[in-house]
Design a protein around this ligand. Structure first.
Ligand SMILES: NC(=O)C1=CN([C@@H]2O[C@H](COP(=O)(O)OP(=O)(O)OC[C@H]3O[C@@H](n4cnc5c(N)ncnc54)[C@H](OP(=O)(O)O)[C@@H]3O)[C@@H](O)[C@H]2O)C=CC1
Ligand SMILES: CC(C)(CO)C(=O)C(=O)O
Length: 305
């Protein structure tokens, strides 16, 4: 991999995380060559905007369709239901090569294996940072912990990419087993997100007594499925971690509730839906996750399988 001064990085879309990551990268590395894979192929440039409670930043970035420079790094923070079509698109892009380093970030898990990619360097980014977006740009509500780790074992020469990202979005931890972090996040999202939709409440409401049995049951079922994949989580400890997240984000609407309120598709198929489908395959019943999957699918524009 070439050094940062000559690297070309491509951000996928203008989502909340993409704008946070893109602005943070440019803040630390103003000379980094960065472009955006935009859905509107005719656009020559687009703006990334990031605000916090005490700062604002806007950058104008060229779009990749009008550049076609080979990408050293692609950062794709997209919804779980957008991953498969994106991977097919990347495989066909002339600027996405076997040497391009892909950093993929999304919540939830897929029931089917992801499309194999031409690129050999693929990493997962998991973050607990909170970013929302509207037509004006992205708003960073709080910087959390982030983790970066390989999706496969054949990664080569990734230190340089890690260092660049770590400077931009510290604290970032490099891990060998990113799947463990993904499962941990999955458990928390399976416990919180759908329940806030069905109860139509902000996260903090779920700390109240009537919700504790449901949170426990959701986590217990999800822990059973995780254990079948070699990831052993204690249910009581997972409940405590979930309650901690609920306290820290008490006033927030979960991302799934925001999606439902804005009439956008949700990631339910990849959270409680994933647990249910995997349970069916393994012969493990997951009635509480299944009920929430069906309830959210009925409220939103998603359709359970
Ligand atoms: N926001 C947050 O704080 C956090 C989010 N996450 C997870 O990270 C993932 C991304 O979240 P977030 O950034 O909020 O989501 P957003 O919906 O804000 O961003 C996704 C963006 O990717 C774009 N996109 C998807 N596919 C393509 C494509 N093929 N070409 C061009 N653009 C594309 C979308 O465009 P379009 O709108 O046109 O579809 C959209 O702008 C989700 O799984 C979320 O659950 C995890 C932790 C925190
Ligand atoms: C942790 C939590 C539940 C915070 O709202 C989240 O990740 C989400 O909303 O998707």
């Amino acid at each position: 991999m070439t050094d940062n001064a000559t690297q070309h990085w491509v951000m996928v879309g203008c989502g909340a995380l993409a704008q946070w990551l893109g602005c943070s990268l440019i803040r630390r590395q103003p000379t980094l060559s960065l472009s955006v894979l935009h859905r509107q192929q005719r656009l020559r440039s687009c703006n990334y905007r990031l605000s916090t409670n005490n700062s604002e930043m806007t950058i104008e970035l060229p779009t990749q369709h009008h550049d076609d420079r080979v990408a050293d790094v692609v950062i794709a923070a997209v919804k779980a239901y957008q991953v498969s079509s994106l991977l097919r698109q990347l495989n066909q892009a002339p600027w996405f090569t076997d040497k391009t380093h892909l950093i993929l970030s999304f919540n939830g898990m897929h029931s089917e294996p992801l499309t194999p990619l031409v690129s050999v360097n693929q990493q997962f980014l998991v973050t607990t940072s909170g970013v929302t977006r509207d037509h004006q740009g992205a708003h960073l509500h709080g910087i959390g912990q982030s983790w970066l780790g390989p999706m496969a074992t054949n990664n080569v020469d990734v230190d340089n990419v890690f260092d660049t990202l770590a400077e931009a979005i510290a604290p970032l931890q490099g891990v060998d087993d990113i799947e463990q972090i993904r499962w941990q996040k999955l458990l928390i999202n399976c416990a919180i997100n759908a329940l806030t939709v069905v109860a139509d409440c902000v996260n903090g409401e779920l700390l109240k007594a009537p919700y504790q049995a449901t949170l426990h049951a959701l986590l217990s079922e999800a822990c059973d499925i995780a254990a079948q994949h070699g990831y052993h989580f204690d249910v009581e400890q997972s409940l405590q971690q979930t309650q901690q997240v609920l306290s820290q984000t008490a006033a927030n609407s979960s991302s799934m509730r925001q999606d439902v309120l804005a009439a956008r598709p949700t990631e339910i198929d990849y959270l409680n839906g994933f647990i249910t489908k995997r349970g069916r395959q393994l012969g493990i019943v997951t009635p509480v996750n299944e009920r929430l999957w069906q309830q959210v699918s009925a409220i939103s524009c998603d359709h359970p399988q």
